[in-house]
Design a protein around this ligand. Sequence first.
Ligand code: PEP
Ligand code: MG
Length: 399
Amino acid sequence: MTRITSISLRRVLDSRGNPTVEADVLTASGGFGRAAAPSGASTGEYEAIELPPTEAIAAARRHAVPRLVDEVHAGNQREVDRALRGADGTENFSEIGANSAVAISMAAAKAGADVLGAPLYQHLGGAFRGDNFPTPLGNVIGGGEHAKEATNIQEFLAAPVGAPSVSEAVFANAKVHARASEILDERGVPAAKGDEGAWAPAVSDAEAFEIMDEAVSDVEDELGFEIRFGLDIAASEMFEDGVYHYGDETKTTDEQIDYVAEMVDEYDLVYVEDPLDENDYEGFAELTDRVGDRTLICGDDLFVTNVDRLQDGIDVGAANSILIKPNQIGTLTDAFDAVELASRNGMDAVISHRSGETEDTTIAHLAVATDAPFIKTGTVQGERTAKLNELIRIADDAV
Ligand SMILES: C=C(OP(=O)(O)O)C(=O)O
Ligand SMILES: [Mg+2]
């Protein structure tokens, strides 16, 4: 029933105005799935390879489509993803591009769900999923690779951990985003927006901490449930010549660990992603040892959704959570394997968007299917609200 009968690939626009790969998958019984690849700006050194979309599409048509059409079943995700890996033949999808691979992998999952008449999260996660919902981590203030002349730290993320429902959490983040804008106005600081819709003011990191703290407290008081915040430091982007660069200032690794540990305690941070360089497993382990009992230390560029890198991290105690971005590794199967390895080792798996996105909503379903404690998918802006609104629909049983 779910035998794949056709795959179409095309270039569509992403949120930065760049082309990306979109895939349509059709099955023998009329099942249909469509998905598009996202794209990172602060990419990890060890991510699977994103090819220019025209090349990725041509290579996938030549190598992958013949191995999939009439050969595999969209309902059998491992079969689909094994065929994609076989067609590519490299470790990092450098032949067909992780962008083509992930678009086909996700479109096949949707086609499989369509045949079953089930929501994607149920197809991916089973009948026992859908009672728990991830807390959205909302990017409110940011800079780094996502905006020029703004904070050094890439993302300041609101985390409405006490929200009674996913819908109230989503609206709480939007209120924190709006309140941050008012505080910036009060301080006379103009702010454009970065790639993910976060405010990108020309303020120091110290001032951004203060603004975030105030915005979160104000909205917490107004709504009456706990809201905390977290960070994506994206430290690999700051690391050069053995030190971390904060504008004109630098920090050694020991100073960086002390700084992050101090911020965790001063601001009661609930989440810290990539506090250290992507090659510094030891530094991650030291920081996790110091503050991992009271916050999530999450590896994004560190693990790149890759089970081998995750296993290396588990072996030395680096981080207590992993960020899952399907396009970092190329298929849903690989992403699920990373989630499973993490959870078998007592680590949380946080599902994430990329800074370049489309209206695709797969990650909302993935977060529910994997019982993720958090999903990182922005706060406002159409390509971000697409996922947040889908979460609201999933909770409402309206997908
Ligand atoms: C979402 C992120 O940014 P990008 O997609 O640019 O890697 C991130 O670093 O977590
Ligand atoms: Mg990151």
